[in-house]
Ligand binder design. Structure first.
Ligand code: ATP
Length: 395
């Protein structure tokens, strides 16, 4: 096992002007599961391919363990890979697929058999060892690809969207299996995805990328609760965070829902802005609204009535969509998020913003009716118009 150190990695593809990755430095600790997350085209795969040795960096360094592997071929890097397109060999039985990497390394037959049996047991493939891939389900085939990657005693496991070919249900169960398996193996893992739920559930830490740059690296909770900017705030969380235009004035945060005195957490974290008049963007996660009839005790609540436009029943909760009269939120971060098809739609239009509240399943909020909501104002995040989170210490 080994740590990965990426230093100032720049990759400019031939004929391209913009670098696919621009000065990316990142450490993955020994045994850590780090997820690279970002919209399509942000450079995640390029970064992974430079670690794998499938792409040479234009500048920078890749260190695995204590070895500078920047210019070593993939086979000398002691890593194994599971890629989305890394299909299993259709003409080989499962056991030969799993043992392929070992056979290539001329490992003796009895050792290969023992390793294959071990991996098949871990991945629940023992009963399928003599089948061909065409006789397996999608999830089983993907387990074969993972089994093949883990038998080769690699220092580092690289995975590029390994679950993306699976249907929703399989994805869910396989995700849980993968997390358990990698945790037990303790192999340093770098995992690429554009799916924020996958990133949040799998990663010890998540690195959010955008346009070839790292935006924020941290444990999932930290990214969720303390995003550096609007881009990270809007990319992480489903349904997405609501953004509304707001103003700081006379010691209050003036929101379209009402005025909130700058006290408590807002006061602590917004010290810099306190007293100065300025336009800002307020971010509210859907779960920080509640139906006023079911709200728990909140220290600093803000109550207001809304006309509910649409209700989505989720069984254990419901999502109530409502329009908010608010000036249009203009921010590059949000426009980029909207361009990315993977991100949830963020409501900001002309004069009206669509917001979503995640309410108790007991709420009787219905489309076309009025409902009283409560907002936990201690949970509001305030962003500058340039996207910076004003409530982070270094902002
Ligand atoms: P996705 O999730 O869609 O795979 P990604 O975040 O993995 O996206 P990359 O595949 O790393 O992104 O691509 C980063 C940028 O580099 C993109 O603008 C892409 O068009 C460009 N790019 C990738 N591979 C090449 C290549 N071989 N030649 C030229 N440009 C490339």
């Amino acid at each position: 096992m080994a740590e990965i150190r990426l230093r100032n990695l720049v990759k400019v593809y031939p004929g391209q002007q913009n670098p696919a990755t621009d000065n990316v430095s990142l450490d993955v600790a020994d045994g850590e599961f780090l997820v690279l997350l970002g919209p399509s085209g942000c450079g995640k795969t390029t970064l992974l391919r430079m670690v794998a040795g499938l792409e040479l960096p234009t500048e920078g360094q890749v260190v695995i363990g204590n070895r500078d592997v920047t210019y070593l071929p993939p086979r000398d890097r002691r890593l194994s890979m599971v890629f989305q397109s890394y299909a299993v060999f259709p003409h080989k039985r499962v056991r030969d697929n799993i043992g392929f990497g070992l056979a290539m390394r001329h490992v003796p037959g009895d050792q290969i058999r023992a390793k294959v049996a071990w991996a098949a047991d871990l991945l629940r493939l023992t009963d399928y060892l003599d089948r061909y891939p065409s006789q397996l389900s999608g999830g089983q085939r993907q387990r074969v690809a993972v089994a093949r990657a883990i038998v080769v005693d690699a220092d580092v496991l690289l995975m590029d969207e390994p679950l993306s070919n699976l249907d929703a249900l399989l994805r869910l169960s396989f995700r849980a299996e993968l997390k358990k398996l990698v945790g037990e193996l303790g192999t340093t893992t770098l995992y690429v995805t554009h799916d924020q739920t996958e990133a949040m559930t799998l990663g010890d830490r998540v690195a959010v990328m955008r346009g070839g740059h790292l935006q924020q690296v941290g444990p999932p909770k930290e990214l969720y609760n303390d995003p550096v900017n609007l881009f990270v705030a809007g990319f992480i969380g489903s349904p997405a965070m609501n953004f509304v235009s707001a103003r700081i004035e006379d010691g209050k945060l003036r929101l379209p829902f009402g005025d909130v005195p700058i006290e408590g957490r807002l006061k602590e974290r917004l010290a810099e802005s306190n007293g100065s008049h300025r336009d800002v963007i307020a971010g509210v996660r859907p779960e920080h609204f509640e139906d006023a009839r079911f709200a728990p005790e909140i220290e600093r609540p803000l109550k207001f009535r809304v006309n509910v436009d649409v209700v989505e029943e989720m069984g254990s909760e419901l999502y109530a969509f409502f329009s908010v009269k608010a000036g249009q939120v203009h921010a590059r971060d949000l426009e980029e998020l909207e361009e990315d098809a993977g991100a949830a739609a963020l409501g900001h239009g002309s004069g009206e913003t669509v917001a979503v509240a995640r309410l108790s399943s007991e709420s009787d909020a219905r489309a076309g009716t009025q409902t009283e909501l409560v907002l936990d104002t201690d949970k509001i995040t305030v962003f500058a118009p340039d996207g910076r989170n004003l409530m982070r210490a270094e902002s």
